[in-house]
Ligand binder design. Structure first.
Ligand SMILES: Cc1cc2nc3c(=O)[nH]c(=O)nc-3n(C[C@H](O)[C@H](O)[C@H](O)COP(=O)(O)OP(=O)(O)OC[C@H]3O[C@@H](n4cnc5c(N)ncnc54)[C@H](O)[C@@H]3O)c2cc1C
Length: 298
């Protein structure tokens, strides 16, 4: 079904929309396909009588097995990266939230825009990466954000400068803004550098990931954040005996214990049981309360 700038899909399965391949059906999905769709999004959502839950590419979500009482809000605005201005040292580049991050990184390398090489190999959408403040190898996308375009269900379209953002480890919030919002785009400020050097750094980072992470398996990346002042979450899970531990088609990867993998036929209940057991054991053995990085919708 179409409304101006919106596409509506009834009863999408979260298992089809998340990289873990788990989850029941949402009430509907409203996909924004043109900026005009943002003008009616709120009214169309109200028509479903459910609340809205923003979905990117589903690469950081563990959705429960039961059907969900909410409507997915997604974005198919995919323009950019677009060079806005540059001087001898810096480039300002605008990217729409629905772009896929790997394509964005490839384009940034081609443009000679350096700063996000560490993110090579992270799947997902650009908007999802901003919302999660995704990062790797010491750099985060938040480091590069100069300004943000956001659609808030309560306050409509907002243009925000960097000081309005709350950036932390795998978290991006907006000061004074409650309720769901869609990151529709962001302007990045990146340093000019030779394309070849950027591409080489990205290749090196991808190779490191391929060697140490189950990058092609069905997962949502790291399940837990690395705790401050303690060994990495993967090390804690491994030392607690969870590397390779299975339950009902789900396994803490034998390659990297912080990746929970759906081996096929897994379900969210099995995943959550395994996680609860791991969290309790790590707390009991090492006194560390693991904090979930994966967003659980259950
Ligand atoms: C193999 C693998 C490796 C990974 N490696 C890393 C890594 O090294 N570092 C890292 O940080 N992450 C990693 N991840 C996790 C994941 O890829 C990132 O968190 C990614 O940025 C999520 O983007 P997404 O579009 O898939 O978001 P989703 O999973 O769809 O959503 C994640 C969260 O962001 C919100 N959201 C999504 N899109 C928007 C939007 N446009 N506006 C507002 N909110 C939005 C959702 O509501 C949800 O709360 C990995 C995942 C996998 C599967």
């Amino acid at each position: 079904m179409h409304s101006d700038g919106l596409h509506i899909h009834h009863g999408p399965r979260l298992a089809d929309r998340t990289t873990l391949g788990l989850g029941g059906r949402a009430l509907a999905e409203i996909q924004v396909r043109a900026p005009s769709g943002l003008e009616t999004l709120r009214d169309v959502l109200d028509g479903f009588g459910g609340c809205g839950q923003v979905l990117g590419a589903g690469s950081n979500i563990l959705a429960g097995d039961a059907d969900m009482p909410f409507v997915l809000l997604s974005l198919a605005l995919k323009q950019g990266p677009r060079l806005l201005r540059m001087d001898d040292e810096f480039m300002e580049i605008y990217v729409e939230g629905g772009c896929m991050l790997p394509r964005v990184l490839g384009e940034l390398a081609r443009l000679g825009a350096s700063g996000l090489e560490g993110l090579a190999g992270i799947p997902g959408s650009f908007g999802g990466a901003v919302a999660m403040n995704a990062g790797s190898f010491g750099s985060t996308i938040g480091d590069a954000i100069q300004s943000l375009s956001v659609y808030s269900l309560r306050r409509g379209l907002l243009e925000l400068e960097r000081p309005a953002l709350e950036l932390a480890y795998r978290h991006m919030g907006i000061r004074g803004l409650e309720g769901p919002f869609l990151v529709t785009g962001a302007t990045l400020r990146l340093r000019s550098a030779p394309s070849a050097a950027i591409k080489a750094a990205m290749r090196r980072n991808m190779e490191k990931k391929r060697a140490s992470q189950p990058v092609t398996a069905k997962s949502a990346g790291c399940v837990y954040k690395n705790p401050a002042n303690a060994p990495a979450a993967g090390k804690l899970l491994e030392d607690a005996g969870f590397k390779g531990r299975r339950n009902g088609g789900m396994v803490f990867s034998p390659l990297h214990a912080n990746f929970l993998v759906n081996e096929g036929g897994g379900n969210a209940n099995a995943a959550l049981d395994l996680m609860a057991e791991a969290e309790a054991t790590v707390l009991q053995r090492f006194g560390v309360r693991l904090e979930r990085e994966v967003i659980v919708w259950a």
